[in-house]
Design a protein around this ligand. Structure first.
Ligand code: SF4
Length: 343
């Protein structure tokens, strides 16, 4: 027997909302989904009129839905923000080249300008070449560090005020779990923030989909017939996040609210002052945001260029120390040359 939409609009329900389990018709689901994102935006004062916003666009479901919903809400509620798509081409054959075609489709469909920046032009390396050098175990470290900085560089080039990313509720809950399991209290402290960065050396990042469930994003994209790219990266091992994801999916089956509850717990955790927060500054080499000298991107790049790609891997890595010691030796050699030349 057909079930009525839980909102009371009189329409027949066509779907069960993953977040609540309630039966919804399509229109009421669209409204509920969009209103929750609008609430996240207004409640956290993410936008002010005239703000220039770059949407980190990968062509995947999250950034495609983000671009579509931000455009819709911007028109509906007159936020007065200027939206641009910003994509990073990591140089992954069979993955990013195809997904960028989807981003170009998004650009045409949503009538938004698009800027694409590649690792090749920024660092002189593609992920294909990096994987040839380092194999398949630490590739995501390089990719994540370079992408973070590449987005920052792209945003600076575009002159935008903030970067909106497609992180959804599942991503954030997974990150909370991972940080708990790793005992990484510094990251745990900030991973639930809807706005991060900002200040002198970095462009703020915002997560308007912070409370949107992955299943609802897929459902929204499906019923709205949005074009997105769903193939997984050919280099995607990321086993640790995979375990957190599996755990979360299992808990979601038992209680869908578990996702929101984990985020809520992360938000409410209190940390004593002994939890050391990294001091953010500017990298002496590239001038971009860093909590260490040189920044992680410069360290990794130097390792690649010196033919020692594993040098920048790991915590306060042996690589950092080796590079520092090589720098020291170079400086000493230069100094002794200078001394010799002085005579
Ligand atoms: Fe980069 Fe790893 Fe993501 Fe692939 S899975 S895009 S290599 S971070």
């Amino acid at each position: 027997m057909p079930i009525n939409c839980a909102v009371g609009c009189g329409n027949k329900a066509v779907l069960k909302r993953p977040k609540t389990g309630d039966p919804f018709c399509k229109e009421c689901f669209f409204n509920a989904f969009e209103n929750e994102i609008h609430f996240t935006i207004t409640n956290n004062k993410l936008f002010t009129p005239g703000l220039k916003v770059a949407i980190g666009a990968s062509g995947g479901k999250d950034s495609t839905v983000l671009a579509y919903v931000l455009k819709t809400l911007n028109e509906r509620y007159n936020y007065g923000v200027e939206l641009t798509l910003l994509s990073i081409d990591e140089g992954i054959t069979g993955y990013r080249d195809d997904s960028l075609e989807t981003v170009k489709q998004n650009r045409d469909d949503y009538k938004m300008p698009l800027k694409i920046l590649s690792y090749q032009e920024l660092y002189g390396w593609t992920m294909d070449k990096i994987v040839e050098q380092i194999g398949r175990s630490n590739n995501c470290t390089f990719c994540g560090v370079f992408r973070r900085q590449a987005l920052e560089r792209g945003a600076k080039l575009l002159g935008v005020d903030c970067i909106a990313t497609g992180h959804n509720a599942d991503d954030i809950a997974e990150t909370v779990l991972m940080n708990i399991l790793r005992g990484d209290t510094a990251r745990l402290r900030r991973c639930t923030n809807v706005r991060t960065g900002g200040g002198q050396n970095s462009i703020p990042r915002i997560k308007p989909l912070k409370y949107a469930y992955e299943k609802e994003i897929v459902m929204y994209a499906h019923y709205k017939k949005l074009v997105y790219f769903s193939t997984e990266c050919v280099f995607a091992p990321n086993a640790y996040r995979g375990h957190a994801r599996e755990l979360l999916k299992d808990m979601e089956k038992v209680d869908p609210e578990a996702i929101l509850n984990i985020i809520h717990s992360g938000e409410q955790m209190r940390f004593n002052d002994f939890v050391k927060q990294p001091t953010r500054g500017k990298c002496d080499r590239c001038g971009f945001l860093s909590s260490q000298q040189p920044c992680k991107a410069c360290t990794l790049l130097e390792g690649l260029n010196r033919g020692l790609p594993k040098l920048g891997i790991g915590k306060k890595s042996k690589g950092d120390r080796m590079i520092a010691s090589q720098d020291k030796q170079l400086a000493l050699r230069e100094k002794s040359n200078l001394v010799k030349n002085d005579f």
